[in-house]
Unconditional design. Structure first.
Length: 918
RNA sequence: GCCGCAGUGGUGGAAUGGUAGACACGAAGGACUUAAAAUCCUUUGAACAGAAAUGUUCGUGCGGGUUCAAGUCCCGCCUGCGGUACCA
């Protein structure tokens, strides 16, 4: 019987399903291992061949760990709330609930064909009320918490209220939007509304007027990580700045912990670096500048306190509150005009057009160190959201200040010895200070430290750490998301109590977003509490549901808690997390924040959610082209195309095989090509190719179902791994798949003859044992280090060796089955079963290799002369270094090659090389 | 600009400082076959020499260096990819 992968795969997939083979429960007798894939958005396009890459890798690891005796949690679910799902629904004119269910079913169907070992009984969907109850619950916890900077953790807001009542704000060091100062008496005097608005300043989930990125086309605000270069990542629509009353999460309170936590994680350096950049810690000095003749001082932030003697002007961000305070009557008109012009510009225009603009405020500030008067300008190159929204400008040593100074003809004073600032600024942080009073002669580093001390001693400011990381804007003016468990009473937001959760998303007819930003939930009927208090109309963003799903998998059906203490104590956190790099600054920041918050509340036992993280590469498309001769319906093969004037046309890669076009299929592909004619080479039409993004419009989408149908899931799995290193991006190229398929056919044919297994009970010979143990060693090491491509190659080598030895022995097959099971579970399961086992291969044990079989009796030395290898020689393995040297040097070949030349040195590396230097 | 990663045959890609190109694809030749498919075998980095076995030289983006020995380590470039950016 030939290798009938269709029947084998169908058989085992239904067996695993019927017997719940991969269902896991807490089992304290075994060590746990939690292997997780980033769960997918069920998009309308279904899975293409790139999606399963990471899933296959994690599946291999899960199966391997299971065979090693671990109790492996390997779940899967769907991130089904949020923009992508809703956009798809809008585009197809259907209700998102309908399309989401449909898409999920399609995903599941495709996933099932690949033979994953997911425990589907633990599936979660973020749009399911039993799931989002816990998303809402977490929000309530955040609303009821504040961040205490003294203990560096989140605490109940009730403790803060008690402190306010006792001693006012004096002893409170909490993360907040704005520093407030009030006494216990003042607190007591505040009415309910005032107190609530003060508390809002401290809550971890808070409501505030915030400058947001609003995308009119999506009808919705977006978080910073959802935007790139002024355009929305989803859809690529323009984004503008607006001030809106929005819910936010105080992620910034966790900036330092998010940064510190990275050191303890087994993630790639590049990903950690991306997060470090995103968090953007910068240590500097906050300094107070007085305005001349006015009782105003304002603070600036700088990392280059050393350059204070080079300050020649100040710049305020246009949105800064100081603008209004410092502007002189004479300059009022000019300033107003400038502010209006800035406001008109969209974020995108501002980014695209970086011309220097600005206006003089009329005011002068006093340099606190030199006492000199310096003009105060207003310009949009200073950002209101970073630092204090005001800077001291040192044109000699900052390229932006330099451009501004040149444009407006402001003085430039260099303060570092020997630098030339006639053409450009000198930004480097090294050199010796000059023109700088008491700093003269110091290095930049010393000067920064000295200035900090000076500023502190003279009470001119303080040392300050700034972070680029902003609070996460948490409201979306969209329908398809978690409703906030919030109602308004006299305009004051209140959260629902736990018993009333979940607050279910109401059915509405018109769920379309609006360009003005009115939330669609405004259309919902009776969207209020029993008492008639209106509910919040915004919904939560996409990352809400994905921020704690890894915890829910531990205990997915628990009605009383997000995760029980018992389940969390056992499963702890994710041992291996697999997904794309695109989540580096979004999901992977938010979920770490969310997890740390729950940890602070003592609800979970680990403060980092993902111990090890691997980013699988993207699979790009490999497009094929045909070449149409201009103004004809004739197509010319690739290598002849230069003789004609041709237009390349994308052709569906599914009708091309090894770059050879299926001409009949092409004629039937589109009506236009029905009567196409061809100029062939060697009787074939060869197509051109290029690597592009995998997309429908390039006709280069390859669907995993098609591969499974043609070659089987085992071949697909092996091939995706064989394609190259897991972390590398690579084009999908079907050209090599035959080789992997051939391997499985050979494997089958070697042990299966006619209608039955043809294996002997004979023990393995030394050579066979060596081959098998070499494989065990290699595959074990490779799987541990995620080098799946080289382990596939190792299987092929071993099979070739055994085949050359005509080894169709039971002992060899059994070991091969177990080793191959993680990679190609169906064929392994079938052959394992045929060997007489009546349990699944999951009950087998990963084999251990034995060094004694790998030992060689002889050892091959490479003999090199001056580093160049000229010969090899086999010598007994137990020979001493000295004896090897003697034997080699006295050997005939060496004597011949040396021909009497004197030997300077002989280097012997045991088992490897003998180098003779002459 | 800054940060990170990479550059090896016709192709995808292997190589704890120790015989570069494993394994696979493709290609060429051969076997089986009426033929094709499938399968199997041989060759396959380049150049030169040789009837042949084989030998010689050159070869991991470029230029230097360390070393008996460098794809691998160090310094200086070039190119490509990814991230990020008026962040003071």
């Amino acid at each position: 019987m030939d290798y009938n992968f269709r029947e084998i795969e169908r058989k085992w997939q239904s067996y695993w399903k019927d017997n719940s083979t991969y269902k896991v429960d807490i089992d304290k007798s075994k060590p746990k291992c939690y292997v997780l894939d980033m769960f997918p958005y069920p998009s309308g396009a279904g899975l293409h061949v790139g999606h399963p890459l990471g899933y296959i890798a994690s599946d291999i690891y899960s199966r391997y760990k299971r065979l090693c005796g671990f109790n492996v949690l390997h779940p899967m679910g769907y991130d089904s709330y949020g923009l992508p799902a809703e956009q798809y629904a809008i585009q197809t004119g259907q209700h998102p609930a309908v399309t989401t269910t449909k898409n999920i079913n399609r995903y599941r169907e495709q996933l099932d064909k690949i033979g994953f070992c997911y425990d589907w009984s633990r599936e979660v969907r973020t749009c399911d009320p039993t799931y989002y109850k816990w998303t809402q619950w977490a929000f309530v916890q955040m609303f009821n918490s504040y961040y205490d900077n003294d203990c560096d953790k989140a605490k109940p807001i009730s403790e803060l209220i008690a402190k306010f009542a006792k001693e006012g704000s004096a002893s409170v060091h909490a993360a907040c939007s704005e520093e407030l100062n009030f006494s216990a008496a003042e607190w007591a005097a505040m009415d309910e509304k005032k107190q609530q608005s003060v508390l809002m300043n401290y809550r971890i989930a808070y409501l505030a007027d915030t400058k947001v990125n609003f995308c009119p086309k999506l009808g919705c605000v977006l978080a910073n990580d959802e935007i790139s270069e002024g355009l929305s990542i989803r859809g690529g629509y323009p984004v503008e700045q607006r001030v809106m009353r929005q819910w936010s999460l105080r992620v910034s309170a966790y900036a330092q912990r998010l940064l510190d936590g990275l050191d303890r994680l087994d993630w790639t350096d590049s990903l950690k670096e991306t997060q470090r950049n995103w968090i953007g810690r910068s240590e500097g000095t906050e300094m107070r500048f007085k305005i001349k003749d006015k009782d105003i001082d304002f603070e600036i932030f700088t990392t280059r306190a050393d350059t204070i003697f080079g300050v020649t002007f100040m710049v305020l961000a246009p949105e800064s509150a100081y603008v209004d305070m410092v502007t002189t009557p004479e300059q009022r008109a000019a300033v107003d005009e400038y502010l209006a012009a800035v406001k008109r510009r969209t974020e995108r225009e501002r980014l695209a057009d970086r011309r220097v603009t600005g206006v003089f405020s009329g005011a002068y500030a006093i340099n606190p160190l030199t006492g000199k008067e310096i003009p105060v300008w207003i310009s949009d190159y200073v950002l209101s959201g970073y630092g204090t929204g005001a800077i001291m400008a040192v044109p000699a040593h900052d390229s932006r200040d330099y451009a501004f100074a040149k444009h407006f003809n402001l003085p430039i004073i260099p303060v570092i010895e020997g630098c030339d600032v006639s053409e450009q600024s000198f930004d480097a942080k090294d050199g010796i200070m000059t023109n700088s009073g008491f700093l003269n002669g110091m290095t930049v580093k010393e000067a920064i430290a000295a200035t900090k001390v000076y500023v502190k001693e003279h009470n001119l400011g303080r040392v300050k750490v700034n972070y680029r990381l902003r609070d996460a804007i948490f409201s979306r003016q969209r329908y398809w998301g978690e409703p906030f468990p919030v109602y308004y009473k006299d305009g004051i937001p209140h959260v629902l109590d736990e018993k009333s959760l979940p607050l279910e998303l109401p059915e509405i007819e018109n769920f379309l977003p609006t360009a003005s930003g009115e939330p669609p939930l405004g259309h919902a009927k009776n969207w209020c509490t029993k008492e008639g208090y209106p509910f919040e109309l915004n919904t939560m963003p996409g990352f809400a549901g994905s921020s704690a799903y890894f915890l829910r998998y531990m205990d997915p059906h628990n009605d009383n808690a997000l995760v029980s203490r018992e389940a969390n104590d056992y499963w702890q956190n994710v041992d291996l997390y697999l997904g794309g790099t695109e989540h580096a600054t979004g999901h992977l920041i938010y979920s770490r924040f969310w997890n740390k918050f729950l940890y602070d509340l003592g609800l979970i036992c680990q403060d980092e959610p993902f111990k090890k993280l691997i980013n699988q590469g993207m699979i790009q498309g490999r497009s094929n082209f045909v070449y149409r001769i201009k103004d004809t319906n004739t197509f010319v093969s690739l290598n002849l195309k230069d003789q004609y004037e041709v237009t390349p046309i994308h052709v569906d890669v599914n009708i091309v095989s090894n770059d050879v076009l299926d001409i009949e299929a092409f004629k039937n592909w589109m009506p236009d090509f029905k009567n196409a004619e061809f100029i062939l080479e060697d009787g074939k039409y060869i197509c051109g190719w290029a690597v592009e993004k995998m997309s429908k419009s390039m006709f280069n989408v390859v669907n995993p179902d098609v591969i499974v149908e043609k070659y089987g899931a085992d071949t697909l799995r092996l091939y995706e791994m064989f394609l190259g290193p897991l972390e590398a991006s690579k084009p999908w190229d079907t050209n090599g798949i035959d080789g992997v398929h051939r391997f499985l056919k050979k494997f089958w044919a070697m042990f299966y003859d006619k209608d039955q297994l043809n294996v002997s009970d004979a023990p393995l010979t030394a050579e066979e044992l060596k081959s098998v143990h070499k494989l065990i060693k290699k595959v074990t090491a490779d799987v541990e280090s995620f080098s799946f491509n080289t382990s596939v190659a190792a299987f092929m080598i071993c099979l070739n060796e055994l085949s050359a030895l005509k080894c169709n022995k039971k002992a060899a097959l059994e070991t091969l089955c177990i080793l191959l099971a993680p990679f190609a579970p169906h064929i392994s399961e079938e052959l394992y079963h045929e060997l007489g086992h009546n349990t699944t291969i999951c009950d087998a044990q990963w084999p251990k290799y034995d060094e004694q079989y790998l030992k060689e009796s002889n050892c091959k030395y490479a003999i090199s002369f001056n580093g160049k290898v000229k010969n090899t020689m086999e010598l007994p393995i137990d020979m001493s270094k000295e004896d090897v040297e003697k034997t080699v040097v006295s050997s005939e070949t060496v004597t011949k090659i040396l021909a009497g030349k004197p030997i300077k040195k002989v280097i012997v590396v045991p088992g490897k090389i003998v180098n003779i230097v002459f």
